[in-house]
Ligand binder design. Structure first.
Ligand SMILES: Cc1cc2nc3c(=O)[nH]c(=O)nc-3n(C[C@H](O)[C@H](O)[C@H](O)COP(=O)(O)OP(=O)(O)OC[C@H]3O[C@@H](n4cnc5c(N)ncnc54)[C@H](O)[C@@H]3O)c2cc1C
Length: 371
């Protein structure tokens, strides 16, 4: 049986970022992935590194997200230097467009609430009126009356990010085991064995980062991962000249020139089919924001499933019954990739989660324990 220092289950963005961080820290790590049969958010997302709406009522989430956004430039530079893959990260700030006075007022109230909740950490935001916004974004539709802006937001190429994390992991000596669905677990203390087709692999540390698969894996280690799928659809236009200098919550221009239009939130279980009515709504809303989008051809579209915890916040735990086994889930795996590689992986390597992550434990969903 092969033995390593740490096994990470799940080769999507969450598992790959953690595995990369572990291998970089010098651990012999194995990354197991189910393969092409899986539902994989990491290959179907929008690519935002997004901060401004994260953590209304949960300032610890805003703090964690912002720490990740702050770590992003270093991770992007490191991955590019080590792997030769540019992950296309930019952090020009971002805006959320408001269509109508009611939306503007509600957004303003939320941003101000978040500023107050952030306390001494501060929360630098501005509400831009139409005139200020028109200087920033050309060709605004008449329905747009303003926007919220923060300097924290950015975007990246999520497929290049995934590729770079995998390549970086391998270059640090990591073992990637594709087509390796977990078939069994043996939980002897400090000597966990994970069964996959064709054998077993053992380690004193295991990280459950299997996205939606964590819901079934976590209970084997006395953990809970009550994540559910939430479908999102995305449309992509043909390439055009660079017109959008910064990302918008549901519209962003890639470095190659395509414009991505997102995205829906559909609670429809494990259904990944595309729905013309939803695609029309996405396109209609985008054209309201920028009427000139009407002239661009849609060249690609897809649907993918988010990995959604009940309250939308990440879940991080170490099993009390099986110390050495960790779980990690989130619905913002691009945004949090830098936190996972640079902050969470060192905690796993050291064997303890930082107390700052306690509020992300799945215990928060255990009503009887909390009572
Ligand atoms: C439409 C859409 C738009 C999004 N936009 C953004 C965005 O703009 N910014 C952002 O930050 N995030 C965004 N996200 C969310 C982001 O994509 C996810 O948070 C992230 O990809 C989750 O990564 P993951 O590794 O947890 O899950 P996944 O990508 O689903 O990967 C899980 C992996 O685990 C493996 N696996 C599962 N079960 C097992 C098992 N039993 N054994 C072995 N392997 C297993 C699977 O093979 C899979 O590869 C978006 C998501 C969607 C769907």
């Amino acid at each position: 049986m092969e033995r390593v220092d740490a096994i990470v289950i799940g080769g999507g963005l969450v598992g790959s970022a953690i595995a990369y961080g572990l291998a970089r820290a010098g651990l012999r790590a194995a990354l197991l992935d189910e393969g092409d049969v899986a539902f994989r958010a990491s290959r179907g997302n929008f690519g935002l590194v997004w901060v401004q709406s994260k953590g209304d009522g949960a300032p610890h989430y805003q703090r964690w997200t912002r720490r990740s956004a702050d770590e992003w430039p270093a991770l992007a530079a490191e991955l590019s230097a080590k792997t030769g893959i540019a992950v296309g990260h930019e952090r020009p700030g971002g805006v959320h467009l408001c269509l109508g006075e009611a939306e503007f007022a509600a957004r303003h109230a939320m941003m101000e609430r978040m500023r107050v909740q952030c306390g001494n950490d501060g929360f630098d935001y501005r509400m831009l009126d139409r005139e200020a916004l028109a200087d920033l974004l050309p060709g605004l539709g008449p329905a747009v009356i303003g926007a919220s802006w923060t300097p924290y937001d950015g975007h990246a190429n999520p497929l290049n990010l995934l590729h770079a994390l995998h390549k970086g992991f391998l270059e640090h000596g990591g073992r990637y085991l594709a087509n390796s669905t977990v078939t069994g677990v043996d939980r002897a203390a400090g000597d966990f064995r994970i069964g996959v087709a064709g054998g077993e692999i053992g380690a004193p540390k295991v990280v459950l980062a299997a996205g939606l698969g964590n819901a079934a894996l976590a209970p084997h280690f006395a953990l809970a991962a009550p994540v559910k799928p939430l479908k999102g659809q995305i449309l992509v236009t043909e390439r055009t000249r660079h017109v959008l200098p910064l990302p918008i919550t549901t519209i962003r221009q890639t470095t190659e020139g395509s414009i991505m239009l997102g995205d829906s939130q559909e609670d429809v279980g494990f259904d990944t089919s595309q729905k013309p009515a939803v695609m029309q709504t996405i396109a209609r809303r985008a054209v309201l924001a920028f009427p000139w989008l009407r002239d661009l051809q849609i060249v690609r579209a897809w649907a993918a499933l988010r990995v959604m915890p009940p309250d939308g916040l990440p879940i991080y735990d170490q099993s009390e019954e099986f110390p050495g086994v960790f779980s990690a889930n989130c619905h913002s795996g691009v945004t949090l990739a830098a936190a996972h590689a640079n902050l969470l992986a060192p905690m796993v390597a050291a064997g303890a989660l930082d107390p700052a992550l306690e509020a992300f434990s799945a215990k928060r969903f255990d009503v009887s324990a909390a009572a």
